[in-house]
Design a protein around this ligand. Structure first.
Ligand SMILES: Cc1ncc(COP(=O)(O)O)c(C=O)c1O
Length: 424
C-alpha cells in the first residue's frame, strides 16, 4: 500500500521522485491517531488547526450521517437549504459586528481569493479602478492559490518560484512587538508610511489578526491591529482579516480580532469551521461592501463554486459551533495555554532554542536552525505523538478536548526531541 503511495501520490510540499516517508493512518478517535501498524499517536496538530473537538466526535459523525441521507449536495445557484441558512445565521451572530453578508466556498485559499475579489469589485463598483493593489505584512501566510500566494511572506513564501506571474503587492515590516510585550509606536511605522504613500492604489489590507501562522507562528500586539484598523479607516482602504487559522477559539478568543476589539470589512473563515470533518470556508463582508459590489458593474459578485455551501459541511459546521458554544471553551483554552507554557518551558534553557511562546491553544518552540524533517518526524512517532514541525518551528496546537495526561505527554516528547536535536 505504501509502495503505491510512494510511487503515485503527491503529498503536501514533497517531491514525487524522492518523497519524505509518510505514515499510514487506519483510524482516529478523540485525540488519538491510530496507524495501520497499530501504533497510537497523541495528536498535537489538530490536523493543521482544524480538528478542535477531536476525531470522530459522536455528535458530528451522527449529524453527518443524518444529513447524508437527507441531502448530501445540491447546486447553490437558484437553490438554497436549511444547513446553509442556519450556518450563515450563526456566523453573522458570532463574528465581529457588522459582518452580515455571507459567501460560502471550498477552502481557505479560495476564501482568500474570494475576499480579494470582493475588495477589487467593491473599489471598481465605486468608480475607483485604480485602487487595485493590496498591502499586507511580512511573515504572513494566506494559502497556496495565486492571489493568496501573492500576499504570503515574499521571502518564505513562493514568490521567487513564480516571479513574473504573481502580482506584486506592498509588504510592511512584520510586527515585532509580541502579544504580551509593552507596545512601542515604532512597530506600526512601516505599515503607516506604506498606507500613507499608496492608499490611492490600495483596494485592501489583508492580514492574519494577532497570530501569524504558517509564516512564522508569531503572536503580535493587539495595538498593532487596532492601529491598522484606524489607518484603513483614515485612508479609505478595506481591511480583510484572514481568521482561517485563528477562528473558533484557537487564540483564546472566538475570533482573534476580538483581542483588539475591531471589526474588519471582510473576514475569511475555514479550517475549524467544520471541526476538520471536511472542507468548507466562509467569507463574510459588511453591508457596505455587499451593497457596493451590487451597486456597480456587473451588479453581482462574480464567484460561484460547484460545491458552494455543501449541506454536509454546513450541517457539521453548525453542530461543531454548537458543541463549542455549549462547552466552557474559554477556560479549556486558557488551561491549555497554561499547560503548554509550563510543559514547554524547559526548552527556554536550551542553547539551540531561540524562543518559546504560547497563546491560547498554541505552543511554539522556535529553534536557531531548521529541523531535518525525516529525522524529527520519526523521533516524535517513536514517542507516541504526532507533531509536524516546519523550518525552525516545532509547535503544538492540540484538539481542545485533550486531557491533562496527554498534554503532558505531548510537551514532554517535544522537550525531549528538541533536546535531542541540540546534540545532532
Ligand atoms: C491563515 C491562513 N489562511 C489561509 C490558509 C489556506 O487554507 P487552505 O489550506 O484551506 O487552502 C491557511 C492554511 O494554513 C491559513 O493558515
Amino acid at each position: 500500500m505504501l509502495d503505491f503511495d510512494r510511487e503515485y501520490i503527491w503529498h503536501p510540499y514533497t517531491s514525487i521522485t524522492n518523497p519524505l516517508p509518510v505514515y499510514a493512518v487506519e483510524s482516529a478517535l478523540g485525540c488519538r491517531i491510530r496507524l495501520q501498524d497499530g501504533t497510537e499517536l497523541i495528536d498535537g496538530m489538530s490536523s493543521w488547526w482544524a480538528v478542535i473537538h477531536g476525531y470522530n466526535h459522536p455528535v458530528l459523525t451522527r449529524a453527518l450521517q443524518e444529513q447524508a441521507v437527507k441531502l448530501s449536495h445540491v447546486m447553490f445557484g437558484g437553490l438554497t437549504h436549511e444547513p446553509a441558512i442556519d450556518l450563515a445565521r450563526l456566523l453573522v451572530d458570532l463574528t465581529p459586528e457588522g459582518l452580515n453578508r455571507v459567501f460560502f466556498c471550498d477552502s481557505g485559499s479560495v476564501a482568500v481569493e474570494v475576499a480579494m475579489k470582493m475588495a477589487l469589485q467593491y473599489q471598481q463598483a465605486l468608480g475607483r479602478p485604480g485602487k487595485n493593489r493590496f498591502l499586507t505584512i511580512r511573515s504572513g501566510y494566506h494559502g497556496d492559490t495565486f492571489h493568496a500566494m501573492s500576499v504570503c511572506d515574499p521571502v518564505t513564501g513562493m514568490h521567487h518560484i513564480f516571479s513574473g506571474t504573481l502580482p506584486e503587492y506592498f509588504f510592511a515590516d512584520r510586527p515585532e512587538i509580541g502579544f504580551h510585550d509593552p507596545w512601542d509606536e515604532d512597530d506600526i511605522s512601516s505599515f503607516e508610511s506604506l498606507i500613507e504613500k499608496n492608499y490611492q492604489r490600495l483596494a485592501a489590507v489583508i492580514l492574519e489578526p494577532i497570530v501569524q501562522g504558517a509564516g512564522g507562528m508569531r503572536f503580535y500586539h493587539p495595538e498593532y491591529l487596532r492601529r491598522v484598523r484606524s489607518l484603513c479607516d483614515r485612508y479609505d482602504v478595506l481591511l480583510i482579516a484572514d481568521e482561517i487559522a485563528t477562528g473558533f477559539g484557537r487564540s483564546g478568543r472566538l475570533f482573534a480580532c476580538e483581542h483588539a476589539a475591531i471589526s474588519p470589512d471582510i473576514i475569511c473563515l475555514g479550517k475549524a469551521l467544520t471541526a476538520g470533518y471536511m472542507t468548507l470556508a466562509a467569507v463574510l463582508a459588511t453591508e457596505e461592501v455587499g451593497r457596493g459590489i451590487s451597486g456597480g458593474e456587473p451588479g453581482v459578485f462574480m464567484h460561484g463554486p460547484t460545491f458552494m455551501a455543501n449541506p454536509l459541511a454546513c450541517r457539521v459546521a453548525i453542530e461543531s459551533i454548537g458543541l463549542l458554544l455549549a462547552s466552557d471553551w474559554h477556560k479549556t483554552v486558557a488551561d491549555l495555554e497554561r499547560r503548554l507554557a509550563d510543559g514547554l518551558s524547559p526548552c527556554k534553557e536550551m542553547k539551540h532554542v531561540r524562543d518559546v511562546r504560547t497563546l491560547g491553544a498554541i505552543g511554539v518552540v522556535e529553534l536557531e536552525h531548521p529541523v531535518v524533517m525525516e529525522r524529527i518526524q520519526a523521533a516524535f512517532v517513536r514517542r507516541g505523538v504526532w507533531v509536524r514541525p516546519f523550518g525552525r518551528l516545532v509547535y503544538l496546537m492540540p484538539p481542545y478536548c485533550i486531557d491533562e495526561a496527554d498534554v503532558t505527554q505531548l510537551t514532554s516528547a517535544l522537550v525531549d526531541v528538541v533536546a535531542e536535536e541540540g546534540t545532532k
